[in-house]
Design a protein around this ligand. Structure first.
Ligand code: C5P
Length: 220
């Protein structure tokens, strides 16, 4: 008898803490983890490296189709994916329907067939609970006030030696949020059955503990 894997969807905007929460949940539960934002970042960076415009639908689709699922894990660790230019490029290619279609199967397969025989998967993104895995056992939508998110991202970039101002980070983030929330295809929004987790006033540990509580309530 085979049992269905448990799927945990962690969605939300940038710098809400969703990535850390999702990664820690996966480690805690010994589930597989997929950072779906990295897929869009990899596509965006590939377009930039080829000298193209990430908003060019044809160039973006070509890069998405060239993405090889077996090399995805190596891509995730590429520092180029974490640069502000990659965030912007990712958000532009992510608005292209053909790009989303090209990345859909890999994400859906990962959720229902977690690698390495894991009993479940945690996917972190924008549309996991709404599009990729509407059947997810647990859906968490992570939120935080935009100034707090910008401050966190500023500290993160500063810590990596990036020469940025907090005002510029807030402006970039506001622009990206607007693009992600208003796009015609899979806009960022909580699924109807998602639990909202606001991390504005929480430390990373507190946010993780709350997420564990949400998961434990849903899967006993
Ligand atoms: O989560 P992260 O900031 O790495 O995502 C980068 C960009 O990729 C987002 O701004 C969004 O436009 C896009 N994205 C998406 N759907 C996902 C994950 C990320 O559209 N599931």
């Amino acid at each position: 008898m085979t049992t269905n894997p448990i799927i945990i969807a962690v969605d939300g905007l940038a710098a809400t803490g969703k990535g850390t929460i999702a990664r820690r949940l996966a480690a805690h539960l010994d589930f597989a983890y997929l950072d779906t934002g990295a897929l869009y970042r990899a596509v965006g960076v590939a377009v930039l490296k080829a000298g193209g415009d990430p908003a060019d639908a044809q160039a973006a689709q070509k890069a998405a189709l060239a993405l090889n699922p077996s090399s995805v894990q190596a891509l995730m660790d590429d520092p180029a994916l974490r640069m502000p230019a990659a965030s912007e490029a990712a958000s532009k290619v992510a608005a292209v329907q053909d790009v989303r279609d090209a990345l859909l199967k890999f994400q859906k397969d990962f959720a229902v067939h977690p690698p390495a025989g894991k009993k479940g998967a945690v996917l972190d993104g924008r549309d996991i609970g709404t599009v990729i895995s509407p059947q997810a056992n647990v859906k968490i939508f992570v939120e935080a006030a935009s100034e707090i998110r910008a401050h966190r991202r500023f500290l993160e970039l500063q810590g990596r030696g990036e020469n940025v101002t907090e005002a510029a980070v807030l402006a970039d983030m506001t622009e990206r949020d607007a693009r992600d929330a208003s796009r015609a295809t899979a806009p960022t929004k909580p699924a109807d059955d998602a639990v909202i987790l606001d991390t504005s006033d929480l430390s990373a540990d507190q946010a993780f503990e709350k997420a564990v509580g949400i998961v434990e309530k849903k899967i006993k």
